[in-house]
Design a protein around this ligand. Structure first.
Ligand SMILES: *Cc1c(COP(=O)(O)O)cnc(C)c1O
Length: 393
């Protein structure tokens, strides 16, 4: 099929919810993507933080192929080995107690919200249900997670929105305290706001919020959907903020490209959810769990995580060394990087980079966001830097 045919069929049959770049990808290998004309690109997007091991990772492909030929899906009416293996790895890697498996970030956060509310209603009755989230946050596209998302532009058209959410200014502990009252059951935050513009929270703020919440039995919930699974140089980003969350959500990188997500609970909520109170037909499918097993086995080693940190620092320092007035800031952690530019020029940068074979993302109003595969090599970082230097300078 030539590109024009693909474009026509997309326009005729696919719902018009995305602004797509004019490329049709046909193949990927490591950090390289190939389009239908044979042109290659360095992928600094990982399919929005998903392909943690890059494209066509041999062990991941083999595990999925073997599992597909053995047992693809049976539902949660039964036990399977891949499920318990991932659960054990996640528990040991986080120090949290238990996991519920879902399929996407939004579904993971829906479960997180339900679990937080259930914990509170079990203990304090039905009038303590408000979830505080941060302005500029992003938590997903379902009704609850849209409402949890602290950006007004997401709160339109789909009325009525569910109640029980309130928003505080990120990194403003006074504002946080001002929003806590007897109806609040949980706070939910990303350690680095991803879609909001690659905005890392201050460690002090996170620790103050966490301590304040622990004193009042308000649950500390961390959305690790984008920051989790090694992205920031630790298995979970909260591990660099010195807190112990009560609930976290995960998805994006967990299956390395296969859709799988979930939420995890610590001691407080270990027994909050009981049979019949939550579920998901596709949750914990052996195929997804085998993919997650390979990703976790690869990512969750001290050497791999240290390399993510070092590659991220190297990448950020490389960008900081550009002689360019057009770059206002470079920030991030590990391989989650934001380059802050003039909002009016951003689209041109993204398009020019793409023309030169570099794929990047955007976030917020002024960030160019990089989420490369965690396996990116120094040669690939250098190749990206030299093209970026040309474009930014
Ligand atoms: C992407 C994202 C989500 C939503 O994940 P989906 O899989 O698209 O539903 C939720 N929270 C954060 C922090 C994300 O980055």
């Amino acid at each position: 099929m030539d590109f024009e045919t693909v474009k026509q069929k997309e326009s005729a049959y696919v719902m018009n919810t995305y602004g797509r770049a004019p490329i049709c990808f046909v193949k990927g290998e490591g950090c390289t993507l190939y389009d239908s004309t044979g042109k290659s690109y360095i992928d600094l997007t990982s399919g929005i933080g998903v392909n943690a091991l890059g494209h066509n990772h041999p062990e991941l492909v083999e595990a999925i192929s073997n599992q597909a030929a053995t047992l693809m899906h049976v539902s949660n009416l039964y036990y399977t080995e891949p499920m318990v293996e991932v659960a054990e790895k996640l528990a040991k890697g986080s120090g949290l107690k238990k996991v519920f498996f879902a399929n996407s970030g939004a579904e993971a956060n829906e479960g997180l919200i339900k679990c937080a509310r259930k914990y509170s209603s079990d203990k304090y009755g039905n009038d303590r249900f408000v979830i505080l989230s941060l302005k500029q946050s992003f938590h997903g596209r379902t009704m609850n997670t849209l409402k949890a998302t602290g950006q007004a532009k997401f709160h339109q058209w789909f009325y009525p929105f569910p109640e029980g959410f309130d928003y505080v200014i990120a990194n403003d502990f006074e504002d946080f305290k001002a929003h806590v009252n007897e109806h609040v059951c949980a706070v939910m935050m990303e350690m680095i706001q991803g879609e909001g513009g690659v905005l890392p929270l201050d460690k002090d703020f996170v620790q103050q919020v966490s301590a304040y919440c622990k004193e009042r039995d308000i649950l500390v919930c961390v959305d690790e959907v984008q920051t989790g699974i090694g992205r920031t140089g630790t298995l979970f980003a909260y591990q660099q903020f010195g807190i112990e969350p009560d609930i976290i959500s995960i998805a994006k990188g967990l299956g390395g490209g296969f859709p799988i997500g979930g939420f995890m609970v610590g001691e407080k909520c270990e027994y909050t959810m009981q049979p019949g109170q939550h579920g998901s037909t596709f949750g914990a499918t052996p195929l997804g769990c085998e993919a997650a097993n390979v990703v976790l086995k690869t990512v969750d080693t001290p050497e791999f995580l240290q390399a993510v940190k070092e590659k991220g620092d190297y990448f950020m320092n490389g960008i900081r060394s550009f002689q360019s007035e057009n770059i206002k800031d470079v920030r991030g952690m590990g391989l989650m990087i934001g380059i802050i530019v003039d909002p009016e020029k951003r689209a041109d940068y993204v398009n020019n980079l793409r023309d030169k074979g570099i794929l990047v993302l955007t976030a917020g109003l002024d960030a160019i966001r990089l989420l490369p595969p965690l396996v990116i090599s120094y040669d690939e970082i250098d190749a990206s830097l030299s093209i970026m230097k040309e474009i930014f300078e």
